[in-house]
Design a protein around this ligand. Structure first.
Ligand SMILES: [Zn+2]
Length: 154
């Protein structure tokens, strides 16, 4: 099927030519279907379809994600020095200070490593312990240090 031979359905209304959205024609688009076109237009795509194509080419997440190697919120830091020695004060570059300071140490966020079963159990246990400790403390206060705290478990 040669593309240039495809004739898309069209009609003219009040002197305006309308042509079916190309993607709509191929059932890829569920827009209204027809778009106002010029006389010499061979094919047309509605704005919805154009937008969708653009989003497919440049996904929003990719646009938003800039791997700068800088920590999140670096531009709020009163002073931040990147690995190239660029100095920023609250996100504003300080060219004069470039290279005069050592790069701000970035403590990378701990990647959530896949925990071993054992580690999960340990973590759970520790969490439980912490919660219990807290609860116990609270109870201690309430009961005015009477020692009826033996049955806080479960
Ligand atoms: Zn369309």
């Amino acid at each position: 099927m040669k593309k240039e031979k495809t004739e898309y359905p069209e009609y003219t209304e009040k002197g305006v030519r309308y042509m079916m959205c190309e993607s709509h024609y191929y059932m890829k688009c569920n827009c209204g279907g027809y778009v106002a076109v010029d006389e010499d237009t061979v094919s047309v795509r509605c704005s919805t379809d154009v937008l969708r194509t653009m989003l497919n080419m440049f996904p929003l997440e990719e646009k938003a994600y800039k791997p700068t190697g800088r920590p999140a919120g670096w531009h709020w830091m009163s002073e931040f020095v990147d690995k190239d020695g660029n100095v920023f004060h609250k996100g504003k570059e300080q060219p004069k200070l470039k290279g005069t300071l050592s790069p701000t140490k970035i403590t990378p966020k701990k990647k959530t490593k896949r925990r071993t079963k054992e580690q999960i159990l340990i973590d759970r246990h520790n969490k439980k312990k912490a919660v219990l400790k807290k609860a116990r403390k609270k109870k201690m206060k309430v009961t005015d240090e009477r020692t009826e705290i033996t049955h806080t478990t479960r």
